[in-house]
Structures are given as C-alpha cells and as structure tokens.
Ligand binder design. Structure first.
Ligand code: SF4
Length: 334
C-alpha cells in the first residue's frame, strides 16, 4: 500500500516538474511532447498493427492541385519499393506473429511501379488481404491482363479504392486535370466488370453537404451499373481536405473526452506505413500514411521499432484525424 502511494506521488512529482520545465517558447506543433501552451501533447499507442501500408513510390501519372503527398510525374522523393523490400516486412509480420490482416498499397500511383503486380501477387499468395489505392488510369489499364488474372485468382481478398474526387466531371477535373474524370470512371468500370471488389475515395472539394455528395454518387454509379453502396461510408469514403494553411488547436489528452473522440479510432492506433526515401539504403516505417516527409514521424527500419506511441505533433493530426473525424477506414468492418 505504502509502496503504491509512494509510486503515485513520485509519478505526480515527475509530471509536475516536467510541466514546470516545459519550455513555453515553442510554436504550435513544433515540440514533439509539448504544446505551445506548455501542456503535454496527446499521444496514441499502437493498439495492434492490423494494417500495414506500403507507399510504392511518389511518382504519379498526374499532378493534383492539392495532393498531400505532392505526387507528380517528377516527384520521386519516395522511390519505388521492390518486391524484396516488401518481402522483408511480410516476413517480419509472420516471424513475430503480428495481427496484420490487411496490406495497403498507395503512392503516387502504385501501378507506375513495374514491380507492383508481382508485389500484389506475393502478398495475396501469402494469405494477406490487399487494398490498393489507384486512380485507375493508364498505369493500371495497361496492366489489365495481369490485374484480371489476380482478380480471378484472389477475388474478394483484393480490394481497389479508386480516387474519384466528385460525382461531377468538372469538379474532379479541376483538381486532377482535363479528362481525368472520364478515364478514372472507365477504369473503375473495368475493375468492377472484371469482378474486383471496388470502392471509391472522394473529397470535400466544394461546400456541398455529405448527403448531397452521396446522392450524386448514387446517381452516377447507378447509371453505370457499378455496385457500390454510396450510403455506406466504407464503400464511398468522403475525405475532408487537408489544407496546409489551416490553423487548428493542438491536441492534449483532455481533448479525447471533450471531443468524444476515441484514440483507438485514429489510423496510427492500428496501422503504419513503409516508405523508401530517395538515396536511402533501406525502407523505413512511418506512423501513418499522412505524414511522409516529417522526420518526427519516422519510427525506424522495422515494425518492431515502429511500435512505440505516436505524438500528435502535426497540424494534420488535429485537422484530419481528431477534429475532422477521418480514419483511413482500411477494413470494411471497422
Ligand atoms: S496524422 Fe493522424 S494518423 Fe498520422 S500521426 Fe497524426 S493522428 Fe496519427
């Protein structure tokens, strides 16, 4: 009993000393563990590594107006992953008995990476489910034969989330370039008709309500006979915009109760992302898919090193994950 009391007192004392010592000269989102007001910053422990994302490389066939990862036909800051790179991490999952069921692939455009069909094949053959984020444009359609074969072989284990920002061509094309809407919709149609499990990722690019967007997508997809339930947020995900010029409040542990948001629902509670930086000898593991260039979210080369808690030290943590209420929604049953 006494020992317990001593322990509590000691913990409180350490906490108060740290609070007193917390520098108050930080700018917002500057210090990893402290807010600008000197309060402890919220952090999120890894509950279980359910989903492992791989960024296959930042090269993309198009340049969007507001791409959070700045993908383009020239940006190779994150270089192409190889099959061997991916294999190392699948081996670590199996060796350490991690609970990872789903392997996500994002880019850039994953199909720009020539190794991607082989990477998908190996992942599926080892019994994982996959989720591939794609714009379903030329990089994918030129590999139709390989993709169709994988769909036939692995069917429901392989999902595709197609980036169709809006149900109106002019809104999508303003963000992604001329004729992008038509090409992506054709690619989505092809995947659907080939028997793939498809879903759509849209964005709040206008002031329209979510209900109006879901109704618009229901009309569009219904006319094309594409079996996606637009009312289902796992089949039609509508993401808030990540604006670099936003000025959100910083997140402290008290925010969870005030906002009635559970840290368990945030992506970094159950996922990590592997990237390979240009010129690096080996890949590294990041806290999540959203912060590829901030070194504070680089957690080391292995899944074991990346299992430590993540401090919410970026404005995207606040705007996108906590206040925006978005999660990556990687699994259909989450
Ligand atoms: S952006 Fe979201 S998922 Fe990524 S570290 Fe911040 S809170 Fe976690």
């Amino acid at each position: 009993m006494q020992a317990g009391n001593h322990g509590l007192t000691a913990t409180k004392t350490v906490a108060s000393i740290r609070r007193m010592n917390a520098p108050t000269t930080f700018r917002k989102f500057e210090a990893l563990e402290w807010t600008a007001k000197g309060e402890p910053r919220a952090s999120i422990p890894l509950r279980a590594l359910e989903t492992l994302w791989f960024n296959t490389g930042t090269l993309c066939n198009i340049t969007c107006e507001n791409c959070y990862i700045e993908s383009s036909p020239r940006n190779d800051r994150l270089t192409y992953l190889t099959l061997l790179d991916v294999r190392e991490y699948l081996d670590e999952i199996e060796r350490d008995g991690l609970p990872t069921r789903l392997i996500g692939y994002s880019g850039g455009e994953p199909f720009m990476n020539a190794a991607f069909p082989a990477i998908l094949e190996e992942t599926l053959a080892r019994g994982f489910e996959t989720l591939t984020l794609t714009n379903a444009m030329r990089p994918m359609t030129r590999r139709k034969a390989a993709v169709a074969q994988l769909i036939r072989r692995y069917g429901p284990s392989m999902r595709f989330r197609v980036s169709l920002d809006d149900y109106r061509p002019e809104v999508h094309d303003r963000e992604r370039g001329k004729d992008g809407f038509a090409r992506t919709l054709d690619g989505l149609q092809w995947l659907h008709d080939a028997g793939a499990v498809v879903e759509v990722a849209a964005r709040r690019l206008t002031g329209d309500s979510e209900a109006d967007m879901r109704a618009g997508f229901a009309r569009l997809l219904g006319e094309r006979g594409i079996a996606i339930d637009s009312a289902n947020p796992q089949q039609l995900m509508i993401f808030p915009e990540m604006r670099a010029d936003a000025d959100p409040p910083e997140i402290t542990p008290a925010c969870w109760g005030i906002l009635k948001v559970s840290p368990d629902g945030v992506m970094c509670a159950n996922a990590r992302m592997v990237v390979k930086r240009k010129g690096a000898a080996q890949p590294t593991v990041l806290a999540c898919t959203l912060l590829p260039y901030d070194a504070r979210f680089d957690l080391g080369p292995t899944l074991a090193s990346a299992s430590r808690p993540v401090h919410l030290a970026h404005k995207y943590c606040a705007t996108f994950c906590v206040l925006g209420g978005a999660s990556c929604g990687a699994t259909r049953d989450d």
